[in-house]
Write a protein that binds this ligand. Structure first.
Ligand code: PRX
Length: 668
């Protein structure tokens, strides 16, 4: 996409008129088979949500004690299925033990290929085996002092043990917080401090493109970090469990660190599933917001499980015989909901891949699809655009005829990428489900149902059952069709976040104060004449870089923590591959020389403070930043400069016009 094309993206979406109806053969076998059926079910679900959700929760979940009430809603705090008790790991594992699928693959894992070209390892865990491993590891957690309600940080590579650790936590009622392996020691420490975690589960290392990521070393570094007042950030940590993955050398602290494999020798493989309250905290997942501090999004037991289970089945049209592959990392919400909880709650077979899409060659995904006969592929637009760039010859080398459904998530998918996915990967026969949702929503909210919804490239189409989204103006009033506005959700839903860990005020402020009585998503959107939702992107200070949410304020605070930096402003510019790229404008302290080395140092500094995912694409030095007379940085102008566009719009509040001229000319 050229810069000019990117800037008119919204218009080009408006012109998109191609419609793809579900194929008759697909619809005939699907869980929902027509628009009439979808509309009837959806209308019932939003007209009488109590009745709808009661029926679903009773039918879908295994309860140790039945619930007495469907919803207690005291805006903005929801309690779903109160009075009930259940266990997530029992719903994902135990329930299948006496069924015909106990010996079916629950997880198929493909390791990263070795540097010498040898294929990656391969492991299959049946439901029975996964149940045993989870029970054993749950006993290891107990043996190491973990009790109901304790928080545990999971910092692991993409190996089956990541899923085992998560499920083991749920089995005994511990609350997990998975930290993506690409985050730094500082990020790990911040999350430990905020969640008050008692334990970290990590590995000696993880493989990434042939190199070893030193996860245990990062944890060691995290456990040494202090705040400005000299207080340890991680004093709540009592134990570290270390999985041996890469056999790289690590330091084991006596009394604190234990090996996963050694601990297993001491435990039995029987562990009763704790009876958890419907509203017991299930996990905390940190995500970026518009301030410098990541938010600990809290999800609870019953509602989350119901949301992920139902959406997995209906959106992916999941059947027992499918080989379903979601390519996300378990460190993101997509990995939580659509590798682990949703698929396993349905008795599905989920594939998990450890490595990168282009390692050792750009055909890795297509090779895996052929090898395992993958039937459903769920990936991100940024990956699709990268595959497009690498060329059709890579997918063409492999037999992709097993695929029957494709999914997309994480950012708006541009129609060009949609069409390529449809033709080159889907062979023109696979429906595409473009699924809109968020860490906060827990499960998919706006999506086609593949046997029912006619799709159009670039839109996530219509709401899932029980979900009532709307596009509204500044006053919170619904806007007419085809006008842009803010995307809100009008009614609570079971898998919604229950809050921000330890910060009710921020929860209210962020999500429930922008539009009265509704959940504010932070996304801009418009509805077309058919009521389809077209997401335009974030309207707050959050960027979506390669499908990862990055708060500009977070990167700014990392930059100003560098001794040479006086001030920084971070904005996004459209990027062909990543959707958005991070551009940092930096004013240095007096006397500091602006050198290319320093630019590099600042990029690495951000990598150290937040993690490699947040490393900016460009660092630009600026003598001064454009500011309003009241001292606010004018990011709108910086965005235009970063995109190479002419600076337009109102600059009357700008304090010093010459700043803009200098920035635009690239003078440093
Ligand atoms: O801006 C939307 C975008 O990703 C944001 C949520 O990011 P995160 O919490 O990291 O979760 C990503 C995976 C669910 C949203 O606010 N987004 C996600 N899916 C789509 C999307 N934008 C357009 N279309 C989508 N299908």
């Amino acid at each position: 996409m050229s810069k000019a094309a990117a800037s008119t993206n919204i218009e080009s979406l408006l012109k998109e008129t191609r419609v793809f109806k579900p194929a008759k053969e697909f619809a005939a076998e699907a869980h929902v088979r027509s628009m009439a059926q979808y509309k009837k079910l959806w209308t019932e679900s939003v007209k009488n949500p109590d009745k709808f959700w009661k029926k679903q929760a009773e039918a879908e979940l295994v309860w140790q004690k039945p619930f007495t009430r469907v919803l207690q809603w005291k805006e903005p705090f929801a309690k779903w299925f109160t009075g009930g008790r259940l266990n997530v790991s029992a719903n994902c594992l135990d329930r299948w033990l006496d069924s015909g699928i106990s010996n079916k693959a629950a997880l198929i894992w493909e390791g990263e290929p070795a540097t010498d070209g040898k294929p990656g390892e391969e492991r299959v865990l049946t439901y029975k085996q996964l149940h045993r491993e989870v029970s054993r590891f749950a006993n290891v957690l107990k043996r190491n002092g973990i009790q109901k309600g304790d928080r545990i940080i999971i910092y692991l590579p993409m190996v089956p043990e990541a899923a085992i650790a998560m499920l083991a936590c749920t089995r005994i009622g511990a609350v997990h917080s998975v930290v993506f392996g690409g985050f730094s020691a500082q990020s790990v420490a911040d999350r430990i401090q905020d969640s008050g975690a008692k334990m970290v589960i990590t590995a000696d290392g993880g493989y990434r493109r042939g190199a070893v990521v030193p996860l245990k070393k990062n944890v060691d570094d995290a456990l040494k970090l202090h705040d400005a007042a000299g207080q340890s950030l991680t004093k709540t940590i009592e134990k570290v469990i270390v999985l041996r993955r890469c056999a790289n050398e690590v330091h084991m602290a006596e009394g604190r660190d234990v090996w996963w494999h050694r601990e297993l020798d001491y435990v039995s493989d029987i562990c009763a599933a704790e009876k958890m309250d419907s509203e017991a905290p299930l996990f905390i997942l940190y995500t970026s917001g518009s301030t410098g501090k990541p938010k600990g999004i809290l999800h609870t037991t019953a509602g989350y499980l119901l949301g992920t289970k139902l959406t997995s089945r209906y959106v992916f049209d999941l059947k027992l015989e499918d080989v379903y592959w979601c390519t996300a990392d378990v460190g993101w919400v997509t990995g939580h909901s659509y590798i682990v909880y949703g698929p396993l709650a349905n008795g599905a077979t989920a594939l998990m891949y450890e490595g990168a899409p282009n390692w050792p060659e750009p055909d890795r995904f297509w090779r895996i699809i052929q090898k395992y006969g993958v039937t459903i592929l769920y990936t991100a637009p940024t990956a699709i655009r990268a595959f497009m760039k690498w060329g059709d010859e890579w997918p063409k080398k492999h037999d992709l005829s097993s695929l029957r459904l494709l999914g997309s998530v994480g950012e708006p998918i541009n129609p060009e990428a949609w069409m390529w996915y449809h033709t080159v990967i889907g062979g023109g026969r696979c429906p595409i489900v473009d699924t809109w949702w968020q860490t906060e929503t827990g499960s998919i909210m706006i999506t086609p149902l593949p046997g029912a919804t006619p799709t159009k490239p670039g839109t996530a189409t219509l709401p899932f059952f029980g979900i009532l989204p709307e596009v509204v103006d500044e006053q919170g009033k619904a806007v007419p069709k085809n006008s842009g506005g803010k995307l809100v959700v009008r009614k609570p839903w079971p898998s919604m976040l229950r809050g921000i860990w330890g910060d009710n005020e921020r929860y209210k402020q962020t999500y429930w104060s922008e539009v009265k009585g509704s959940y504010f998503t932070g996304d801009g959107c418009r509805q077309d004449k058919d009521g389809y939702f077209w997401i335009v992107g974030r309207i707050d200070d959050v960027l979506n870089v390669a499908g990862h949410r990055i708060g500009t304020a977070e990167v700014e605070s990392a930059l100003v923590s560098h001794p040479n930096v006086a001030e920084a402003a971070v904005v996004g510019r459209p990027d062909e591959l990543k959707g958005q790229a991070l551009v940092c404008f930096v004013t240095l302290k007096t006397g500091v020389k602006a050198t290319p080395e320093l630019k590099n140092e600042l990029r690495n500094h951000i990598g150290k403070e937040i993690g490699p995912v947040a490393k900016p694409d460009e660092v630009r030095f600026a003598e001064a930043l454009p500011k309003t007379r009241s001292g606010k940085i004018m990011r709108r102008l910086l965005k235009q400069i970063a995109s190479g566009l002419e600076v337009k719009g109102d600059t009357t509040t700008l304090e010093d016009l010459s700043v803009i001229a200098k920035l635009a000319s690239g003078e440093e």
